[in-house]
Design a protein around this ligand. Structure first.
Ligand code: FES
Length: 105
């Protein structure tokens, strides 16, 4: 869901000009919008699972404070998607638990 008609800002004329890959699925997004906004516009609500009880989490504060929205982005875990802008070609994965770092050699 995106705000298309804002009483102060007016019409949203941005176009979906980026493609991101979320858990292997291609999703159209607006470059520069928060990743979380693009996911919610695509109907995705679960961004991670908790480490101990494997419970789903998504956007909670939406201002970068709570870490409920963290996902693995381009191989980097614990990225707060509510404050990270979309870039074309990003690869985003639902994070299980604390996430895993890829080994770099
Ligand atoms: S929703 Fe709280 S940090 Fe993103």
């Amino acid at each position: 869901m995106r705000v298309k008609h804002h009483p102060i800002l007016g019409e949203d004329r941005r176009k979906e000009d980026a493609t991101i890959i979320v858990d292997g699925r291609k999703i159209k997004a607006i470059a520069g919008e928060p990743i979380a906004a693009a996911l919610m516009a695509a109907g995705i609500r679960v961004f991670r699972k908790t480490p101990k009880k494997n419970q789903p989490r998504g956007v909670f504060c939406a201002i970068g404070r709570c870490t409920d929205c963290v996902m693995t982005v381009n191989g980097i875990p614990n990225v707060r998607t509510c404050v990270t802008p979309v870039e074309d070609g990003m690869v985003i994965e639902t994070q299980n638990g604390l996430g895993k770092w890829r080994e770099i050699r």
